[in-house]
Design a protein around this ligand. Structure first.
Ligand code: AMP
Length: 189
């Protein structure tokens, strides 16, 4: 079964995703990372993508869905995928669910929960270590948080209503959060 990981920026989602992949053999699809690669490519499409990333807005629907769809189709069906950063709004959710249904992939959702303030503090710390431009600017960080609460939270709520969501408290240490995720997943990983 595939996994879809949700969490506000700064929740430790990326770190936890890598650990899950290493332990359980998921192939990671990181939406932000894929888009940053395109942004750095120097193409016209890259310039468009970069203009959204730089201000913390969602890249247009057609662009991200094309990237995800190609990534899904490129992987063998028996290769489990961990999705980080997709779907990010209700339109993406509908499209993602359709693509997954079409190829016969089932998935479980996990949210690592954290408040906005805790997230902002952690990102500001991370920017000094990793040097990500969109992490260094507090206004961009706030915009990404706003996007998360306005656009992504409704997606998480839908998955919760459907009974597909596991919620894990993101306030602990990396190890504590990871163990809580594994407990939540049980034999579904
Ligand atoms: P992240 O690395 O997940 O924080 O994403 C960094 C940036 O990439 C976001 O602020 C958006 O501009 C863009 N992005 C990532 N995932 C998506 C997505 N699913 N849809 C649209 N834009 C995205």
């Amino acid at each position: 079964m595939d996994l879809v990981l949700f969490g506000i920026q700064g929740s430790g989602k990326g770190t936890q995703a890598k650990r899950l992949c290493a332990e359980f053999g998921f192939d990671l699809f990181e939406a932000g990372g894929e888009l940053r690669k395109i942004a750095a490519s120097g193409s016209e499409l890259g310039a468009t993508v970069k203009s959204y990333i730089d201000v913390g807005k969602l890249v247009p629907f057609e662009i991200i869905m094309q990237v995800v769809k190609e990534a899904i189709l490129a992987r063998p069906k028996d290769q489990k995928i961990l999705f980080d950063g997709i779907p990010r709004d209700l339109d993406q959710m509908r499209s993602f669910d359709q693509i997954m249904a079409d190829v016969g992939r089932k998935y479980q959702c996990i949210e690592i929960t954290l408040t906005e303030e805790e997230g902002v503090q952690r990102i500001l710390g991370r920017a000094q270590i990793e040097g990500r431009a969109d992490d260094a600017n507090e206004e961009t960080i706030r915009r990404r948080m706003k996007t998360f609460f306005e656009k992504t939270k409704p997606v998480i709520e839908q998955y919760k209503i459907q009974g597909h969501l596991i919620e894990v408290d993101g306030r602990g240490t990396v190890d504590e959060v990871y163990e809580a995720m594994k407990r939540g997943l049980g034999d579904r990983a």
